[in-house]
Write a protein that binds this ligand. Structure first.
Ligand SMILES: Cc1cc2nc3c(=O)[nH]c(=O)nc-3n(C[C@H](O)[C@H](O)[C@H](O)COP(=O)(O)OP(=O)(O)OC[C@H]3O[C@@H](n4cnc5c(N)ncnc54)[C@H](O)[C@@H]3O)c2cc1C
Length: 403
């Protein structure tokens, strides 16, 4: 891979310009199999932060299909085996009730429902994989200042005054995508008015590799099982309460978190920084335009509660790469609407139901009114009893491929 060549004011030609070298942009570059396609990958972060990102608190729950894709893209071997944790089962509780909906790995016919991998390690391994590819040029420490669509291609001006030309521009620059706005594609966002706090905690009792989620009054809690008696604590609260909790000193924080989790895990002790993520879901009205496509959170930015954001972003990146590769192989114009249309259709079909269902679930489980409380109690009870429903959920996580 070539990187950081920055002749000021010069104009360079590529086949694809990808704005954003986060997990989605990196995976798209890695998924393009046709090595004759030249790719420019742009990110505003410095090269060191892209190649060796710091821990950001996110533990990404990966489905079996995502792990298979990461293997195909040669990203998975870059993640040390002892950094991967297993999720065997999932338990969903309503409030303090001991009754829960259980999703069992046996329902999915696999040894585990999924895996947890720290987000920064996915980024690091994806960056390593892309750096081994000669046809990808990584332009770090710069961003897209302007994109101008012309009949034969897109003219992209970067903040360091470099000018790039390509028949296709892809935005992978987060849910708040500036490049999506440059393309004039509207997006509907939903601000949940809540903040998600995430941090690693040690605890007294074993978690048994079970991921648990409690939809409680005024808070949503989750514990994601890491290796040993450690978990990622995920606490969703109104913004000001989240800030207060985040600012507590270590001992008060541990006491309050143990109390919030109802001492179910015995004592709890924080082992690192607390990270805060304001919760906003975003859905773009279209995923493609003339000589333009959106991938990752720039297309669909999910609420993290159902752990689908990266899984869907990866699936979309692989799908888009497949369409581009096919078109390049047939010597068709890779930016043509006919090439991008199957991605638009397929990714919409894959994401829309999950996006709607996740937002509806969040709405139901954060509504404190009596009818909503009764409805979710019923949902947990019925969900736990209806085996075909649980089997369908479990196999959607354990299937090795998703199209
Ligand atoms: C707390 C939390 C837990 C999560 N848990 C899960 C989970 O368990 N499972 C799951 O599948 N997903 C999960 N997600 C979602 C997942 O983290 C995201 O879907 C994923 O990171 C999105 O990747 P992305 O590359 O699209 O965007 P980002 O990660 O936002 O990366 C965007 C990149 O674009 C760059 N950029 C931004 N603007 C510009 C610009 N103008 N020019 C150049 N570069 C730019 C940024 O520097 C960044 O590198 C979670 C998210 C959160 C917040």
């Amino acid at each position: 891979m070539s990187e950081l060549v920055r002749p000021e004011g010069s104009e360079r030609r590529f086949d694809i310009v990808i704005a954003g070298a986060g997990p989605a942009g990196l995976c798209l570059a890695a998924a393009l199999e046709n090595r004759r396609l030249s790719v420019a990958l742009i990110d505003r972060q410095p090269l060191e932060s892209l190649c060796d990102p710091a821990f950001d608190g996110r533990e990404i729950a990966l489905t079996h299909a995502s792990v298979q894709s990461l293997k195909n893209l040669r990203i998975w071997p870059g993640i040390a085996a002892d950094e991967v944790s297993r999720i065997t089962d999932v338990r969903v509780f309503n409030g303090a009730s001991a009754r829960c909906m259980r999703i069992d790995h046996l329902d999915g016919g696999a040894g585990e429902l999924g895996y947890l991998v720290p987000n920064h390690l996915i980024r690091r391994a994806a960056c390593e994989a892309v750096r081994r590819m000669d046809h990808v040029t990584l332009l770090a420490d710069t961003s897209v200042s302007e994109a101008r669509w012309e009949p034969a291609g897109v003219r992209v001006t970067l903040s360091d005054r470099q000018v790039l030309r390509a028949p296709l521009l892809v935005a992978a620059d987060s849910r708040f995508s500036e490049v999506r706005r440059m393309a004039g594609i509207p997006a509907r966002s939903r601000d949940f008015g809540k903040t998600m706090l995430v941090c690693r905690m040690e605890h007294e009792k074993p978690h048994g590799e079970v991921a648990s989620e409690w939809f409680d009054h005024g808070q949503t809690l989750a514990l994601l099982p890491l290796r040993g008696n450690r978990s990622s604590a995920v606490i969703t609260l109104p913004g000001s309460e989240a800030r207060r909790l985040q600012e507590l000193d270590a001992m008060d924080f541990d006491i309050e978190v143990e109390r919030r989790y109802g001492s179910r895990m015995g004592w709890m002790r924080r082992t690192g920084e607390v990270f805060a993520y304001p919760l906003v879901a975003v859905l773009a009205d279209r995923f493609t335009g003339p000589r333009f496509a959106l991938v990752g959170d720039a297309a669909v930015g999910m609420h993290p509660v159902t752990a689908h954001g990266f899984n869907l972003g990866l699936r979309g990146a692989v799908r888009l790469a497949r369409e581009i590769d096919r078109a390049a192989f047939d010597r068709r114009d890779i930016g043509a609407p006919a090439v991008l249309a199957p991605y638009e259709r397929g990714h919409r079909r894959a994401t829309l139901p999950l996006y709607g269902a996740t937002n509806a679930l969040v709405g139901l489980y954060t509504d404190e009114r009596l009818p909503a409380r009764l409805a979710r109690q019923a949902l947990v009870r019925i969900g736990d009893r209806v085996r075909p429903f649980k089997r369908a959920l479990a196999s959607s996580l354990t299937q090795a491929s998703a199209s």
